[in-house]
Design a protein around this ligand. Structure first.
Ligand code: SF4
Ligand code: SF4
Length: 350
């Protein structure tokens, strides 16, 4: 099927980010090249481990150099996405780097994407170029034409916001709400962000494909399937009651070593990591639910079975919504596990 702006998101949902990129790589490049606008990225790093930058740098097909330098606008010879500011990997430092950020803000050359990695903390905990990270973020948000938060920290607070959270760390959307700023933030959680998901999201934003978001600001094309109900290749073991007792040892479902797949909404088993090599569960570990709000506190302990998993983790105020209905159906009532998804697919195809 030919890739268009209208069917872009549907095809990603059907194939998963990695398979979509592999199948439609040349169509994506063509769609980007037809685009009239130049897009510039400012990638800001707050309180985080920089793992999301590393994850993005490992995107394989197309690789990061192609994305940032070789995909050109029409016949102009100019790259479609210019990384004006990315403090972890750009060559400039000090005042020159800050000049790049000012240039990005000026927007003279085209549209602007702001990517935020890491948490926002109380004043004084993260100061860059003499200015608090909070001010950098608020300033950049004002100028951004699209905003993407990458990784568990920038989306939901992640490990820096775990109890007792001494720096009052929080994700970007919560910070902006607190500051009275209402602008859409596309949340790409996971720890770290998945490079394919980021590349696909950037492509969608640039070609103007509508990215539908769930209640937590996550693109539905990546975060609307329940890992345990819909995608896990180890599900037949769960249904048979065959479980492994030690990470990495034996054949079986990972539930008894703490798998949080039943309350996790991602397409990890489809897209995997490191050029689609493997993912946590396939590597013999449990899924620890790093795509979800409330992680890591609500999902701890990671390596032990949590009694009453759903009621321990799911926000009771959300229990009426479709996705959590599906979760409850999937735990213990296996026969109906796919019905909600099927119904959704039918509705979408009508
Ligand atoms: S509990 Fe985890 S490993 Fe077992 S079937 Fe569900 S998602 Fe897969
Ligand atoms: S499998 Fe689970 S723990 Fe691993 S990246 Fe996906 S959501 Fe996170």
């Amino acid at each position: 099927m030919k890739l268009t702006r209208r069917n872009f998101v549907k095809l990603v949902s059907a194939l998963g980010a990695s398979a979509f990129l592999t199948t439609y790589k040349s169509d994506i490049v063509a769609a980007l090249e037809e685009n009239k606008d130049y897009w510039h990225i400012a990638w800001l790093n707050g309180g985080a481990c920089t793992g999301c930058t590393i994850s993005f740098a490992q995107t394989a097909d197309p690789d990061i150099l192609q994305i940032l330098t070789e995909i050109l606008v029409g016949n102009s010879g100019l790259p479609i996405v210019l990384p004006d500011y990315m403090e972890t990997i750009h060559l400039a430092s000090g005042s020159l780097a800050e000049e790049f950020k000012e240039k990005w803000k000026s927007g003279k050359a085209g549209k602007r994407i702001l990517i935020v990695e890491g948490v926002i903390q109380d004043p004084g905990y993260c100061v860059i170029a003499g200015k608090d990270f909070r001010e950098h973020v608020l300033d950049a948000v004002r100028y951004a034409d699209a905003i993407i938060a990458v990784g568990q920290c920038a989306t939901f607070g992640g490990i820096p916001a775990a109890k007792p959270n001494p720096t009052n760390a929080k994700g970007l959307a919560d910070f902006l709400k607190e500051e009275g700023v209402s602008k859409e933030v596309i949340n790409l959680p996971l720890c770290p962000v998945n490079a394919d998901q980021l590349v696909v999201t950037l492509a969608a934003v640039i070609i103007g494909a509508k990215v539908e978001l769930d209640d937590y600001g996550r693109p539905k094309m990546f975060f609307s399937t329940n890992m345990h109900n819909d995608l896990c290749p180890y599900r037949p073991y769960y249904d048979k009651g065959q479980f492994i007792e030690t990470p990495g040892e034996g054949e079986g479902c990972r539930y008894k070593i703490g798998c949080k797949g039943p309350v996790t909404w991602t397409d990890c088993p489809l897209r995997k990591w490191n050029n689609s090599t493997s993912y946590c569960v396939e590597a013999g570990a449990p899924c620890i639910g790093c795509s979800e709000p409330g992680w890591p506190d609500k999902f701890s302990p990671f390596y032990e079975e949590v009694p009453n998993l759903t009621s321990a983790i799911i926000d009771p105020t959300k229990l009426g919504t479709g996705i959590f209905g599906a979760t409850l159906a999937g735990i213990g009532v296996h026969a109906v596990r796919r019905s909600l998804r099927r119904r959704k697919e039918v509705e979408e195809n009508e």
